[in-house]
Design a protein around this ligand. Structure first.
Ligand code: AFP
Length: 336
């Protein structure tokens, strides 16, 4: 065990990325550079989140706020941090952020071959009470660097080349997939490095937890209502599932990935497309789920097969353990 611990200890996220790079002889390290800029953004936000409760007193950047001047909101600050980190990497071309209505096209001198869709600080209603929040990102490759268009990000999730999230929780965890399984890294605050702590994450085939905002129940459609009823009153004699809902997608999905079970944000009568955004919530999390052996479903089809027509488009989502998603799929199939 000691030897294993030592080996894991030394596997920083950069070293891991360089190892992966070795599998692609054509690679010139551009992805590793992009990733190191994303990591920098995550560390910056992690440090700001840690100080969130003190921000009014000392300011988010740590300087004393003697004048009591208005502090930048954490989600606005996080967005600025990620946009700057991504542009300055020199490896990005088109950026889509939850915080910006329009896509950002990077100026020619700094342009690279990757497109990044991200939510810089998801779950912001949880900031003021100190509950987990996170950053989510999905990465595509541009078709023609000199001719970047919106079409480069209006791609089905199956075209993504990498996705991940960083959770600012009781510890800071970065979960990443480059299409070759899923790995989790934990920030060692004393080193300022993300260390591989969760190699090759696989989601259990079936779980004991369901996660949904049940306050919307009266507006659900029949298959969703039936599924949740079955979680509470199983028909096969098994124990009921436990309900866990944080209201931060990153935290709810992270728990689902590690413990198994299902996370749902279904359509309802008031929101026929649910709430969550395709490009920077549904796609990255679906990519990770599939890479970990789980599934992700929209109520109609595989979530990664959505072909988005707008950058801030929403979709209903059911994701998690393979067998649990299979059950909701069969309820929707029976309905149609
Ligand atoms: P906020 O950023 O407004 O807190 O929304 C978070 C979120 O987009 C996602 O992280 C949660 O899973 C989901 O919304 C929770 O939505 P409800 O509050 O409607 O349950």
């Amino acid at each position: 065990h000691a030897a294993e611990a030592q080996r894991t200890d030394l596997m920083t996220i950069t070293r891991h990325a360089l190892n992966e790079q070795g599998r692609h002889p054509e690679s010139r390290g551009d992805f590793t550079i992009l990733l190191s800029h994303i990591v920098l953004g995550c560390k910056f936000v992690a440090s700001a989140v840690n100080k969130a409760g003190l921000a009014k007193l000392i300011g988010l950047a740590g300087e004393t706020n003697v004048q009591g001047e208005e502090q930048k909101k954490l989600d606005v600050l996080s967005n600025e941090v990620f946009v700057k980190a991504l542009v300055s990497s020199g490896r990005t071309c088109v950026l889509v952020s939850e915080e910006n209505e329009a896509a950002i096209f990077v100026d020619a001198p700094l342009r690279g071959k990757y497109c990044v869709c991200f939510d810089p600080l998801d779950g912001s209603s949880n900031i003021d009470c100190g509950v987990s929040i996170g950053t989510i990102f999905g990465i595509y490759m541009i078709k023609d660097k000199d001719n970047a268009t919106l079409e480069d990000v209006l791609q089905p999730g199956t075209h993504m080349i990498a996705a991940g999230y960083c959770m600012y929780g009781s510890s800071c965890t970065l979960v990443l997939s480059t299409g070759n399984g899923v790995n989790g890294f934990t920030l060692d605050p004393s080193l300022g490095e993300f260390i591989l702590t969760h190699p090759n994450i696989k989601i259990p085939n079936k779980g004991k937890i369901y996660s949904v905002n049940e306050g919307n129940a009266r507006n659900w459609d029949a298959p969703t209502a039936k599924y949740v009823e079955r979680c509470k009153f199983p028909q096969d004699g098994s124990s009921p599932k436990s309900l866990r809902y944080i209201g931060s997608m990153v935290a709810d999905v992270h728990r689902t990935l590690l413990y198994g079970g299902i996370f749902l944000y279904p359509a309802d009568k008031k929101s026929p497309n649910g709430k969550l955004r395709v490009l920077y919530e549904v796609f990255p999390m679906s990519f990770l789920m599939e890479q970990a052996g789980g599934q992700s479903f929209t109520g109609k089809h595989r979530a990664l097969e959505i072909v988005p027509s707008e950058i801030h488009q929403r979709s209903p989502i059911f994701l998690g353990s393979y067998d649990d998603v299979e059950e909701i799929k069969s309820l929707y199939a029976a309905e149609s």
